[in-house]
Ligand binder design. Structure first.
Ligand SMILES: Cc1ncc(COP(=O)(O)O)c(C=O)c1O
Length: 366
């Protein structure tokens, strides 16, 4: 089976982890600080604050914006549930705007139409490793005086023009095991704003400025030095890993071109995609439905995944939830039924890529 994701840890990681284990400092310490500094470089920001996962990165980012009850955060309905859970956990109200089918991300026109007089935050998700249209969202943010939180969980090092994902607003990253960069579990909040970075550091440490000096009702969002030691060596090979993902994506798009009803993913002008996922769409013109193709591929040794099968709020636990404001998002509702992600990770051989493409072509009679 060609797996859709595997965890590949660079050589030498064991030594770095062992060093942390033997250092006597295994909770948050100097390795976390080094990991933060190196990650800030990748993200082109002066401040990076490590936390214990991507969900808490989002929660912490929203919390330092000091929203009032009833204040709204506009996000994409086509995302992993952590985006919604983080908004709810921080006490804000979630409102949804439709996506653009070309990049799968928040559509600036739809986002602006969703703004109300209670909207305080725009929370685009840079899904699959491609930045949302931040140029288009900039003007919405300016016109309505909003804060920007970027769910960059899948977009480490992605770019739009000369800015990196997570460098415009508060960037929230995940280092979960299957992400492009991993610490097992882990997260990071990035920002250009020194005051917000300072508040994030206090918040993640039980609201403590100094020992037992509580400045706010905080929490324990700290990353451990052991986790940071897993992530640190991956930063050395990150650029070459992204190059491998780009070359795999290009090979797949070449080999899958011209199949009726199959839309290969596109990269918008000026954006640097980091290919966390390579996601095709199966339209009604295809010879099979998306679910049939998914079953066929798995039965024939090609791993694949559906990210995500339903709109994020389309579950009983969110229906009627007082903090969940649902609206019509027809593009996202259709795209949920069309998407299928194929293996694109580094480490795939030319013959693996050929097998992925040939199996898709066979299934669709192309
Ligand atoms: C879009 C998105 N947002 C948030 C998260 C949450 O990250 P974590 O699993 O590290 O809490 C993830 C990853 O799982 C994600 O894919």
């Amino acid at each position: 089976m060609i797996q859709i994701s595997t965890v590949t840890i660079p050589k030498g990681t064991e030594d770095v982890v062992l060093h942390a284990l033997r250092s006597g400092q295994i909770a948050q310490g100097p390795v976390v600080a080094e990991f933060e500094a190196r990650f800030a470089e990748l993200t082109r920001v002066p401040h990076a604050v490590a936390v214990n996962n991507g969900t808490t990165a989002l929660i912490a980012a929203i919390r330092v914006l000091d929203l009032e009850p009833g204040d709204e955060v506009i996000t994409s309905p086509f995302t992993f549930v952590a985006t919604l859970n983080a908004i709810l956990d921080s006490g804000a109200t979630a409102r949804f705007a439709d996506i653009d089918e070309a990049d799968f991300n928040l559509d600036p026109v739809a986002a602006e139409a969703a703004v109300t007089d209670r909207t305080r935050v725009l929370l685009p998700v840079h899904l699959y490793g491609q930045c949302a249209d931040l140029d288009g969202l900039d003007s919405v943010i300016e016109r309505h005086d909003l804060a920007l939180v970027e769910d960059s969980a899948q977009a480490h090092g992605a770019t739009i023009g000369d800015r990196a994902a997570g460098s415009t607003g508060l960037g929230c990253f995940s280092f979960y095991a299957t992400k492009n960069l991993t610490t097992g579990e882990g997260g990071m909040v990035t920002t250009r704003d020194g005051l917000l970075a300072d508040r994030l550091r206090v918040l993640r440490n039980q609201g403590m400025r100094g020992r037992y000096e509580y400045e706010m009702a905080g929490n324990n969002y700290r990353m451990t030095d052991v986790a940071a030691s897993i992530g640190l060596p991956q930063l050395d090979s990150y650029t070459s890993n992204v190059e491998a993902r780009r070359s795999n994506a290009a090979a797949l798009s070449d080999a899958l071109a011209g199949i009726e009803g199959l839309v290969t993913p596109s990269v918008a002008e000026g954006r640097g995609h980091v290919w966390h996922q390579y996601t095709v769409r199966l339209t009604s013109e295809a010879a099979m439905t998306r679910d049939e193709l998914s079953e066929y591929l798995q039965a024939n040794g090609v791993g694949c995944g559906i990210y995500y099968p339903r709109l994020v709020h389309d579950y009983d636990c969110y229906r009627g939830h007082p903090l969940v404001q649902v609206s019509e998002t027809p593009v996202a509702a259709r795209v949920c039924r069309e998407v299928l992600s194929l293996p694109v990770r580094p480490g795939l051989s030319a013959s693996d890529l050929d097998k992925v493409a040939t199996t898709v072509r066979d299934a669709l009679g192309a």
